[in-house]
Design a protein around this ligand. Sequence first.
Ligand code: NAD
Length: 258
Amino acid sequence: MTDSRPRPVAVVTGGAQGIGRAITGALLQQGWQVMIADIDGEAGTECIHLFDNLGPVLFQTVDVSREEQVRQLFQATREQMGPIKLLINNAGIANPFSGPLEDLDLSNWQRYLDVNLTGVFLCCKHAAGDLRDTRGSIINLGSTRALQSEPDTEAYAASKGGVLALTHALAISMGPDVRVNAISPGWIEVGEWQKTSSRYQPFHSDEDHEQHPVGRLGKPDDVAGLVLWLASDLAGFVTGQNFVVDGGMTRKMIYQGN
Ligand code: NAD
């Protein structure tokens, strides 16, 4: 017997490459419709061809830091697919290294904040009405770099720290209608999940893998699996939380010389 229920609608920002591409594929396989919202038109178009055999999938070119573009994204999604039940705020400047503090231009700092943090706020704001009506949920991509740091990562770390704080603030403001959670990945290798023209075969040393308590680097599907659970009714008692997906790295005590 076929399932005649309409597919619920998800918006995945940054859904055309990397972790977002894996999330898009996983949601389609689980019976969602997906609107991919990404700044990269080439990657988005490629995704439509890659995924259209899995279910209804559309693409819209959007810079999540631009409010008018975000407003249009949700209007178009509503008109073409229906009311939004799930928002995945995944788009981000993923390179954490913005250079030495003394050389960090205000414009560079501001761009990290605009895309990684303000973009999350804008998408939540413009999806809020639908999400309340559908009793939906939001999942924000944070980072373990919100919790610990390497040198020269101030802008990225601050932006992701903001995402974690915004997550619990939204959970309180939007409950009981909408659940809001964050996923903080550690080192996830995304080279094979880029658009064809910038795809690369990653190389990693044994040490890269073995330093992780689980014995390997992360894959985009490690994050997508948690997204499916958080978006489901199985997670109905879970909101305002941050889930670390890092192979155990942030639980490892490191004293050099021992
Ligand atoms: P990625 O660069 O492979 O993919 C990011 C996608 O976001 C791209 O398709 C890009 O075009 C899009 N994007 C960038 N700026 C945008 C904008 N202004 N508007 C709309 N789309 C935009 O990155 P990824 O590694 O898959 O990272 C995805 C998310 O996970 C990011 O928020 C990143 O900070 C976070 N994260 C990644 C890792 C990791 O190891 N890969 C670790 C921690 C957190």
